[in-house]
Design a protein around this ligand. Structure first.
Ligand code: G1P
Length: 293
């Protein structure tokens, strides 16, 4: 069985929900306390054994490239002013993995973004991580849970979770048959169905292990919802040729792709960190008292 060495992280989206913050700053660079969202995603991949990160980027995303590059002037200035502890923090970011950047010239959908990475992936299975969802599981990172299923069956694996029925319109929805605890054999997939048409409430949460056969499937799949080439549709095409599995990911999930989820993520993270938790806890308690009058 081939090792999963490469991960594709699409980062070309406009981040419309966070305007004006995202007018000149990539949404992936928005911080949760003091670390940009994209760094959490890369750390999850690296902790799962990924060696090469392929960013599919677009215009106005240079800050992401700079973030994962060395910053010699900054290191020099920090050293000179006796702040060596920060030098390691910023250097480790660039040493985590090999980084490759591919420009997606047109925004034609998630499926199209994945197709852009074909020549860098070649003929091996790979991971996909979407930046809008943070999955926290320190014992077994989200994408690693899918790699474990891949190691067992050697086929594509989609990361899922149960969502409320009224939210199916936000996700790719998977209908499948349980073959083990938390693992399904996928029968049917549909992108963002209305609740009354959804075949289940098992939603894809931005983590995938894909066999390289997905590239041919993408090329054979017509553009779908929103006039975009949908990865979910291509998975349905692939499903006709080979089996696909889904796995309910265990961990705490934060949907940072919308304002409310983002605010909640910051509060949750701040309540965990040694340097912020006492302050934030007290702040929340006092605020709650104040609000209750
Ligand atoms: C994408 C996928 C969708 C998936 C979702 C997870 O949609 O197309 O199938 O459920 O990510 O975050 P997006 O949220 O990018 O519109």
């Amino acid at each position: 069985m081939e090792k999963i060495r490469k991960a594709v992280i699409p980062v070309a989206g406009f981040g419309t929900r966070f305007l004006p913050a995202t007018k000149a700053t990539p949404k992936e660079m928005m911080p949760i306390v003091d670390k940009p969202i994209i760094q959490y995603i890369v750390e999850e991949a690296v902790a799962s054994g990924i060696e090469t990160i392929i960013f599919v980027t677009g215009r106005h995303k240079r800050a992401i490239e700079d973030h994962f590059d060395y910053a010699p002037e900054l290191e020099y200035a920090l050293t000179k002013s006796g702040k060596e502890e920060y030098v390691n923090i910023i250097r480790e970011i660039s040493d985590m993995a090999d980084f490759v950047y591919i420009r997606q010239k047109e925004q034609l959908g998630l499926g199209h973004a994945i197709l852009m990475a074909e020549h860098v992936i070649g003929n091996e299975p790979f991971a996909v991580l979407l930046g809008d969802e943070l999955i926290i599981n320190n014992e077994n990172p989200g994408i690693h849970q899918l790699i474990e299923v891949y190691r067992k069956f050697g086929k594509s694996v989609l990361g899922t979770t149960e969502v409320p029925k009224e939210e199916t319109y936000k996700y790719g929805i998977v209908e499948g048959t349980f073959i083990e605890d938390h693992i399904r054999l996928v029968n049917y997939l549909v992108e963002k169905p209305d609740p009354e048409e959804a075949p289940s409430t098992s939603a894809i949460i931005g983590r995938y292990i894909l066999t390289p056969d997905i590239f041919n499937a993408l090329k054979r799949t017509p553009f779908g919802k929103g006039g975009e080439l949908q990865l979910t549709d291509a998975l349905m095409t692939l499903r006709k040729d080979e089996v696909i599995y889904s796995k309910d990911i265990e961990g705490i999930r934060h949907d940072t792709g919308n304002k409310l989820g983002y605010i909640k993520a910051i509060i949750d993270f701040a309540l965990e960190r040694a340097d912020t938790k006492d302050f934030v806890r007290e702040l929340i308690i006092n605020k709650a008292r104040e609000l209750e009058g």
